[in-house]
Design a protein around this ligand. Structure first.
Ligand code: ARG
Ligand code: ZN
Length: 881
């Protein structure tokens, strides 16, 4: 049963005040709610019954209207709704419900994680706590009383400010929290446990002192310093970049081990998956440091883009998520290298979001229908949504964009609004017409932009012809032209920037507005044929097609003033080479590469002027996943073989360069997660991985020495994964070398078994190995004492890792798919959100090579025959449709 955007109606009732009391206990938790309700004047005159949302796991003990118990004939429970037949225009509804957080394996609503109670209410978790109008356009002022045994739960937290603390008659402790800002139920949070705290203070631009607190289990409190500093940087940045100041007196973050997603922006009380908060040099890699900073920022930024201004309904999810991702991306770009950040974000988008857009779950950034909203916390809503906001920034320019965001926050503070309201604010503040641009929100699929060019020597005119086309997606057979900003610069043969005139404006860099299905753009004032640098900075989330020669790409790669396009040209060169290798591999030919490419990489390795992080990104080669996105059909083993071949060839031809680069980028001194140090480490470790593939004994020794002597997790884990993933090491027959990889993995586990987050990395690496035993290995891992089916991080590590193993997951007999399907069926009822996410690799079945495609499809059909949660049902049924 799907829900449609077009059916939206304002709520018939409002809840002005919500008073909650939680009596927490290991066996049963009693929740009492007093809801100060009235009929919504905006709904119009009505005698409609009051329908509250609940869940099958909520047991109603009592219900009263204005403090009189309701007689049985005046209410009923139908499926998961509580229906109250007749109400006054204004009343207080009291509900007493019983829940069992200790048995909540879905991790939605109130549940136990380790020794604590915690909540996750977005999107529709609150209804698993008590009956409520669980929709984001019902905003209420919450007062929350927590009652618990203080010896086990000395810390009791909820949103807002602590206003009272005392004892109950039975000697339990009682704490009252009040949040003055009206909010939807999805932003409610509660935490109780025996937690350690780190305190700090932030002084806002208007000189208010805010208490900052991060809570963790006591053994983790030494790993929150980085997150605390990141929080302070975020608070300062939001004041400077958006003029947004924090509003409550206290801002709290709690780390929990069992969490379905990354983190949650509950008002004043963010709850984090511990994997997205904790960091220490010994246990955390560079990429996780950056991730922690980005997620701390993301959740903090939601205080304005999400909480003060929230979503009218869940179709508008990108209103807060797309905007907030754009904000956290810009923040990270400002803290580190903007180009590196842009390359990472775009690579991710082109790999994973483009694949989503090309698959059965493709949907617009503002979906028009859904069965289960949890399935729409997607790369499309988040990452493509952020690209839409970035395009608005490009169309308006920085200053008008800021005027637009100021107007948006000003106009809608305290409201639940839509993506249209966001656009209207941007348009009203800037005067820029966004009427066609708006289609980006409603039209699914990745547009293809095909560019051809011509140069007229006589007049010095260069013409770019651009065509746009978006392929049909589920439920959207025809598409309209979008307003696509295409940033373009021109280079001469030496790579120097050329100024040219477009529409009377002379500049090195132009934003062209592609709005028709086909359009011609004229550049005048040129003396020779230029090389175009197209879609600079990835100015729109499209697939660009232009027939670049290898010489053009080499020129752009070494000389373009746009750092992003230098990377993009290098990537295109590698994609071209790999595409031809993949074709050779599919045909069963002997593989061979073009020596020009080797020359290009040699130049790269010898150019000291380049940012080492960019060099490392280029050397990473297009991933298996990205090449799969580009391919149709996908031959997983051929892609793997092509990548391995190219890497081995580069390693063999350039081994002395790699050895030198490895040594040049070693860092002296203590570990620091700065952009500069991260850049050096990433290039050093990338060079080491190539050097090892050259077959050098010394390289092998160097990897092992780095593994054994590293003083930080980045270097230790890099050495371990380089060794374990090494093509040359793994190709040497079983005995000595192969067992050495197993030995290193065992040593690593031995060393880190008491650090769950490190163990998760070990699980992931172990599960993703490329060898004939991959499936057997993953089955063993699921029996390992370090594994726990109840913990989403561990499930993601093992099954996510397994999905990356071509030899395991894509086993020719289909047993890899069968294994994953078994796990989905197992988790379907226990944790529907996680089970549904695990389906993603199976949704690609249509694009796979025929033999594998049929086997994958059969597994989807097997899953569909089960009694499914809404979450899994939606993904599997749409995949088979
Ligand atoms: N709003 C959170 C964030 O992006 C994500 C919460 C997702 N929850 C869920 N059940 N899907 O920061
Ligand atoms: Zn978010």
């Amino acid at each position: 049963s799907a829900i449609y955007l077009k059916d939206y109606k304002v709520p018939p009732f409002l809840i002005d005040k919500t008073e909650l009391t939680f009596d927490l206990d290991e066996a049963t938790t009693i929740v009492t709610s007093r809801l100060h309700m009235r009929r919504n004047p905006a709904f119009g005159k009505s005698t409609a019954p009051l329908i509250l949302d609940g869940g099958e796991d909520v047991k109603l003990i009592g219900v009263a209207m204005d403090d009189y118990p309701l007689p049985a004939e005046e209410y009923r429970i139908s499926e998961d709704k509580l229906i109250i037949t007749a109400t006054a225009d204004e009343f207080i509804l009291t509900c007493e419900t019983l829940i069992e957080p200790q048995n909540n394996t879905r991790l939605e609503g109130l549940y136990r994680s380790s020794s604590m109670f915690c909540t996750q209410c977005e999107a529709e978790g609150f209804r698993h706590i008590t009956y409520y109008l669980d929709r984001p356009d019902v905003m209420s002022v919450f007062t929350t009383t927590i009652i618990a045994d203080e010896s086990r739960y000395p810390v009791m937290l909820s949103n807002g400010n602590e206003v009272e603390r005392g004892k109950t008659d039975e000697g339990k402790t009682l704490v009252v929290w009040h949040d003055p800002f009206p909010k939807p139920a999805y932003l409610f949070a509660l935490v109780a446990g025996d937690l350690a705290v780190k305190n700090d203070v932030f002084t806002t631009q208007s000189q208010r002192d805010i208490t900052l607190q991060i809570f963790t289990e006591s053994h983790n409190i030494d790993k929150v310093d980085y997150a605390m500093e990141a929080l302070k940087r975020s608070m300062r940045w939001d004041e400077e970049a958006y003029g947004r100041e924090y509003d409550l007196d206290v801002f709290m973050i709690v780390a929990v081990d069992d969490f379905n997603m990354g983190a949650m922006e509950n008002k004043g009380l963010n709850i984090f998956n511990s994997s997205c908060l904790l960091a220490s040099p010994e246990t955390t890699t560079d990429d996780t440091y950056l991730r922690v900073e980005a997620i701390v920022a993301h959740e903090y930024f939601h205080n304005w883009s999400g909480n003060r201004v929230t979503c009218r309904d869940w179709f508008q999810l990108s209103l807060k998520e797309g905007f907030t991702v754009f904000r956290d991306q810009t923040f990270s770009a400002d803290m580190h290298s903007a180009t590196v950040k842009r390359v990472e974000d775009v690579s991710f988008l082109k790999t994973a979001q483009f694949a989503e857009d090309a698959g059965p779950m493709a949907h617009p950034v503002r979906p028009s229908s859904f069965i289960e909203i949890s399935n729409f916390y997607t790369l499309t809503v988040y990452e493509k949504g952020a690209e839409i906001v970035r395009m608005i920034h490009t169309l308006l320019g920085a200053e008008k964009f800021r005027a637009g965001s100021d107007l948006y926050f000003d106009r809608h503070d305290g409201q639940a609004v839509t993506c249209d309201d966001f656009l209207a604010a941007m348009q009203d503040a800037s005067g820029v017409d966004l009427s066609q641009f708006k289609r980006w929100y409603s039209q699914a699929g990745t547009p293809v932009v095909i560019v051809t060019d011509a140069f007229d020597e006589e007049s010095g005119t260069y013409r770019l012809t651009m065509k746009q086309d978006t392929a049909a997606t589920p439920a959207q057979p025809t598409k309209l032209p979008l307003h696509i900003p295409v940033r373009v610069g021109l280079l001469d043969e030496q790579g120097a920037a050329l100024s040219a005139t477009v529409n009377g404006i002379a500049a090195d860099d132009h934003v062209l507005h592609l709005t028709d299905s086909e359009q011609v753009f004229e550049f005048t004032g040129l003396t020779s044929r230029p090389v175009p640098s197209l879609l600079r900075g990835f100015s729109a989330p499209v697939k660009l097609r232009y027939d670049y020669s290898a010489a053009d790409l080499l020129l752009l790669m070494s000389a373009d003033s746009d750092g992003f396009n230098r990377w993009s040209a290098a990537q295109q060169l590698a994609v071209n080479e790999l595409t031809s290798l993949i074709d050779q591999a599919i045909k069963g030919d002997d593989l061979s590469i073009d020596s020009q490419l080797i020359h290009g990489y040699k130049t790269l390795l010898n150019d000291a002027s380049l940012d080492p992080a960019m060099v490392a990104l280029i050397l990473a080669l297009p991933s298996q996943a990205y090449l799969s996105e580009l391919a149709n059909p996908i031959y997983p083993a051929a892609i793997k073989q092509a990548r391995q071949y190219l890497k081995t060839q580069l390693a063999g031809a350039l081994s002395t360069d790699f050895e030198r680069v490895y040594h040049e980028h070693k860092i002296q001194g203590a570990y620091q997660a700065t952009a500069q140090d991260i850049a050096h480490r990433s290039l050093k470790n990338m060079a080491l991985s190539y050097w090892l593939e050259s077959g050098s004994e010394l390289a092998q020794q160097t990897v092992i020495t780095q593994f054994e002597s590293a003083d930080n997790m980045t270097d230790q884990f890099a050495a371990l994964s380089i060794y374990v993933n090494s093509i040359s090491v793994n190709s040497i027959a079983v005995n000595t070398q192969h067992s050495k990889a197993a030995e290193l993995l065992a040593a690593f586990y031995e060393q880190w078994q008491s650090e769950p987050l490190v163990v998760n990395k070990w699980l992931m690496l172990s599960a993703s190995q490329e060898n004939d035993n991959a499936l057997a290995t993953v089955k063993t891992l699921m029996e390992h004492p370090a594994f726990d089916l109840k913990n989403p991080n561990k499930v993601r590590s093992v099954l996510g890792g397994f999905g990356q193993s071509v030899s395991g997951f894509h086993k020719a007999d289909g047993s890899g798919y069968q294994f994953l399907a078994d796990q989905i069926i197992l988790l379907n009822k226990r944790n529907p959100q996680i089970a549904s996410r695990l389906c993603t690799p199976l949704t690609r079945w249509k694009k796979l090579q025929p033999e594998l495609s049929a086997k994958m499809k059969a597994e989807l059909e097997r899953i569909l025959a089960e009694d499914l949660s809404k979450d899994v049902y939606e993904v599997v049924s749409k995949s088979l449709a």
